[in-house]
Design a protein around this ligand. Sequence first.
Ligand SMILES: C[S@@+](CC[C@H](N)C(=O)[O-])C[C@H]1O[C@@H](n2cnc3c(N)ncnc32)[C@H](O)[C@@H]1O
Length: 269
Amino acid sequence: MDSVTAYDRSGGDQHQICTEWCTQSRRNPTLLQTESRQVSSNQRHMHPALAAVVQKHLSCEFRKPVAAHNLAAFERLMAQVTANPRALVLDSFCGTGHSTALLAQRHPDHLVVGIDKSAQRLGKHPTGAGHNYILLQADCEDIWQLLVAQGLTADYHYLLYPNPWPKAKHLQRRVHGHASFAWLLQLAGRTGQMQPATKYASMGGIHRGEIELRSNWQVYVEEFGTAMHLAGYHGRIARVPAGPDLTLFETKYRQSGHELWAFTSNAPP
Ligand SMILES: C[S@@+](CC[C@H](N)C(=O)[O-])C[C@H]1O[C@@H](n2cnc3c(N)ncnc32)[C@H](O)[C@@H]1O
């Protein structure tokens, strides 16, 4: 990985961390492969405004204009869904899409959709898309909104190491602090606010999907789990189990000695 594309610039403090890390790595190239700094934050515990922010977002309907490139990516996805209707698995913030390819093996009967906004990251995907996965260069929020508008749900939704936005003032940039959190819940079929059936609705089905979020910042996972709990969606928080790494960031964090945490929703009742 080169120093520019190693991290997303939009990652708040993470970019600052990366800049320092890359400066060191130029002096010691092997460091770039393995070293990653712990998340550093001025927020040591769950954000005091978390509950209020989540409640606000769940109590009002959020709509935003969809960017043209995201709409084009969504239409590519719908073409696949129409050609070969299968239930969906989402791999949001998929980076290079290594996890997408692995999840496609784990869910052979599903269409696995990797979404990342970075063309550079996606350009590092090692192989072309397999028969049951697709990579979209798009903003997750727009794809979530469009899926919800079509009445589609996802059987499984993986959010693996989203940017932590560790500054306290950036709570609303985190997945659970953003207004799009309501769409994330609707994609799991949790809110009862599904849109009227559309021509695609029968393809995804309406049922309760499972959600897994991983991070190397424990506070982030605790906040996400709490937000899910407030929304009536229960689960457990635990260390990511040992085993083959699912993503490149997971590998890097493990090699750097970070603790890795996961929220996993309960199996649907
Ligand atoms: C820390 S990386 C993790 C990548 C991958 N999941 C992994 O573990 O290797 C976070 C990723 O989120 C992507 N990203 C950030 N905000 C996004 C958004 N709103 N929509 C889509 N991708 C986004 C970045 O481009 C980056 O690839």
